[in-house]
Design a binder for this molecule. Structure first.
Ligand SMILES: NC(=O)c1ccc[n+]([C@@H]2O[C@H](COP(=O)([O-])OP(=O)(O)OC[C@H]3O[C@@H](n4cnc5c(N)ncnc54)[C@H](O)[C@@H]3O)[C@@H](O)[C@H]2O)c1
Length: 470
């Protein structure tokens, strides 16, 4: 009798295991399928590790920095940041010594700054992280190096700023979260699109209720990279896309709309479904340049996300076909609408626009964009306070029209003043995990995928997205 019971229990356990691994999960991937939903692991918080939600550390009046990765993005970052007061450059690192030399000459010597220590080679970055005179490590390498470098830097007591996407898998996202919590260090992903002028203005308008309740948002990275593939060092980007399906570069589209929707500040992303086209142009370029016969990343990937409050988000990725550059950025609210590409515009209810901002309400109707002079007045009236302070300088220094400089400025300002950063490690994880989550949905005919809750239950503790100010 006992034996029979044991057999039944074992058979049940086995059948649950088999059903959770069936339906397409034959690739050894890191998820199970449960109740028609793909579920990735959500490991419990280890004892002694504590949340870094709203993390604030002691003010760092002079932020001492080290840079890893001095290619197209990293070299410009050093140059931009050299325009911020209260920063000291301590060390520069790249795989290739000539790139270190070039930034040392162009920016450091060019501006008469004290010379930086130089590191190069595969593991030079470790020595940079081990130095005891650096507060912030700024990482601009290829994607697969982001997490090992960020983790090592935090484990050596440094705060980290890391380019997008911060991580390439759900497991890597957890690693960033866990190490940030263990070390109580900042880990900010450098999502610059959150700082573009139109996005900041819309965020301010949304927070002041001009769109009513924002129920749907859209974002994208649509950028034909054909002219750029050859310039990524060692072909890292095409190489990555050749291997991985899914929206591998989702954060530019997702970041700004997550801020409007208060993700992990009152709402959270619950699940997504994703579909992708075949890879035609991607495969063609990989055949020509890498001799590759396969290409995992579909030319166009579309993803729909459902939030806990029932809102929806559409995110798209296409870096292969001829199209005008497009990050979509669109907000649909119960009282209004904002759209960035291809034309910036607002549709608003007249009763929501104060007459001291737009005295002539006759032009307004809810079937078209407000006329351009009204749009211009709104852009001035609702300019985000953080843009107001720094707009002129940002436009002069540049970096995608100034947004990159605002991002750097905010990062340094928050560190100097001991404030929580604009983007925390949970944002980095939530926005970066889209790569693997969408790949899993695509591999399973668009099956829903549950978002891991990287805050481990704390997503509703902070009420509303805010930029910290002193
Ligand atoms: N936020 C944005 O608007 C934006 C724009 C472009 C690129 N990026 C991101 O910036 C990062 C870099 O992109 P990029 O266009 O500059 O690529 P890139 O190929 O020009 O630069 C990458 C650099 O990393 C260096 N590197 C590689 N391995 C290294 C190692 N072990 N140690 C030190 N350095 C190493 C390479 O030598 C190269 O100089 C990527 O994450 C990319 O997604 C962001």
């Amino acid at each position: 009798m006992m034996k029979r019971h044991l057999f039944i229990v074992l058979a049940l356990v086995l059948s649950v295991f088999i059903s959770s691994c069936s339906n397409g999960d034959k690739s050894g991937k890191n998820y199970v399928i449960k109740d028609n939903m793909i579920v990735f692991p959500e490991p419990e918080r280890v004892e002694g590790q504590k949340s870094v939600l709203q993390l604030a550390v002691d003010p760092i009046p002079v932020v001492r920095m080290g840079f890893i990765g001095l290619g197209m993005r990293g070299a410009d970052a050093v140059n931009r940041i050299s325009n911020i007061e209260g920063v000291e450059f301590k060390a520069l690192c790249d795989l290739l010594p000539e790139r270190v030399e070039s930034v040392q000459n162009w920016v450091i010597k060019g501006k008469g700054l004290p010379e930086c220590a130089e590191y190069s080679g595969e593991e030079g970055w470790k020595e940079l992280c081990e130095r005891d005179d650096i507060d912030l490590v700024y990482i601009c390498t290829d994607w697969v190096n982001h997490v090992p470098m960020a983790v090592y830097a935090m484990q050596h007591g440094k705060h980290v700023a890391v380019e997008v996407p911060a991580a390439t898998s759900v497991e890597e996202c957890w690693q960033l979260v866990d190490v940030a919590e263990q070390t109580q260090r900042h880990c900010m992903m450098l999502e610059n699109c959150c700082y573009d002028f139109f996005e900041l203005t819309c965020l301010n308008m949304a927070q002041q209720g001009l769109f009513g309740e924002v129920i749907h948002a859209q974002g994208a990275y649509i950028h034909n990279l054909e002219p750029f593939w050859a310039y990524y060092q060692g072909n890292w980007r095409l190489d990555f896309n050749q291997k991985y399906a899914g929206d591998v570069y989702a954060t530019h589209g997702l970041g700004p709309v997550c801020q409007v929707l208060d993700i992990h500040r009152g709402d959270k992303m619950n699940y997504l479904v994703s579909l992708s086209t075949p890879s035609i142009n991607g495969l063609k370029i990989a055949e020509e340049t890498m001799g590759s016969e396969t290409f995992a990343n579909g030319d166009m990937t579309s993803t729909l996300i459902k939030t806990n409050r029932g809102k929806t988000i559409l995110i798209q990725h296409n870096v292969y076909t001829p199209r005008p550059y497009d990050r979509l950025y669109q907000l649909t609210g119960t009282e209004g609408f904002a759209n960035k590409y291809p034309v910036e515009g607002f549709t608003l209810k007249e009763e929501n626009i104060p007459s001291d901002i737009v005295p002539d309400h006759e032009d307004l109707n809810s079937h078209g964009f407000v006329p351009s002079h009204i749009k211009d007045s709104l852009m001035v009236a609702y300019k985000h306070p953080i843009a107001k302070d720094i707009e002129e300088k940002a436009k002069k220094v540049g970096g995608h029209g100034g947004m990159d400089f605002i991002m750097d400025y905010r990062l340094i300002y928050c560190l100097q003043n001991g404030l929580p950063l604009d983007q925390d490690v949970y944002d980095a994880a939530e926005w970066s995990c889209l790569g693997e989550l969408t790949a899993a949905s695509i591999a399973n005919n668009g099956l829903p995928v549950k978002f891991p809750d990287f805050t481990r239950g704390d997503w509703n503790k902070v009420k509303g997205y805010k930029h910290a100010v002193k």
